[in-house]
Design a binder for this molecule. Sequence first.
Ligand code: ADE
Length: 316
Amino acid sequence: QWPPKVAFGQDVFEDKWEFPRHCLTLEHVLGEGEFGQVVRAQAHMLRPQEESSVVAVKMLKPEASGAEYQDLVSEFQLLKEVDHPNVIKLLGVCTLKGPLYVIVEFCELGSLRSFLRASKFKNKGSWEDKQRSGNDPSMISEKNETRILTFRDLFSFAWQISKGMDYLSGLKIVHRDLAARNVLVTEGMKMKISDFGLSRDVYEADTYLKMSKGRIPVKWMAPESLYAQIYTTKSDIWSYGVVLWEVVTLGASPYPGIPPERLFPLLSTGYRMDRPDDCPEELYAIMQKCWKTEPEHRPSFFMLTDILDSLLQQNT
Ligand code: ADE
């Protein structure tokens, strides 16, 4: 019997979130992983005033196993509990008479990684160019199109992600896969933390070790996650430091040229990524704080939000 819904109890899926499957028209694939995919869709009568709304539907591929099904169920259960402008919003779920669909808000500008990379070739200038372009309305394009990003934009992205993570950590949610590919961007360059599939409540310690290690990209992982599978808000802080590096390099791949298996020995000797060209000292200083070997020496998302707040003030 598939999906094995009974295994999770009657109260897993509540009527409140159930959306009629026939009111969903699937369009095209927005993104995919090994076992899951996200499809753009039209949802009919989702909101009272709207005949049809664009949404994103997360679903499993046929090759997915029970573990991936459980991950999607966990993602749905976490999303039900969260409500923050910088966290992806759950819109509904289809569980009856067919495959499990988790419906979330559609983010027009795609993942932060692709958004940064798309803006990169328009951003070949220096610090001064970026500052200047921020005040030049001719450089700011119509909606949906990338424009030259200023450092203020980049600080704002960092601040928004930190705000969303501060909210999640307050709910004792550990993301475990924070990376620019898992942050979505909506119109007005609003950041939405996404991909909760691997998240676990901090207090559900027994579920950590069941995860297969290879499923989380090592270049975003804290040393204690790499060697002891320990995931906490402090290991999310480490990943956040890598996200800052991705932001300031406009979507480059971290530790270029270093094979993943070399990473742990390198980090153990104290090696860290250099300050990228053009990266403001203040931003690199934050990355270095996030990459402290001792988790308790790393700052909190609350502290990071505060530091970024003052960086934003200085760059108005
Ligand atoms: N790709 C993955 N999830 C998405 C979403 N919610 N909106 C737009 N693109 C996506």
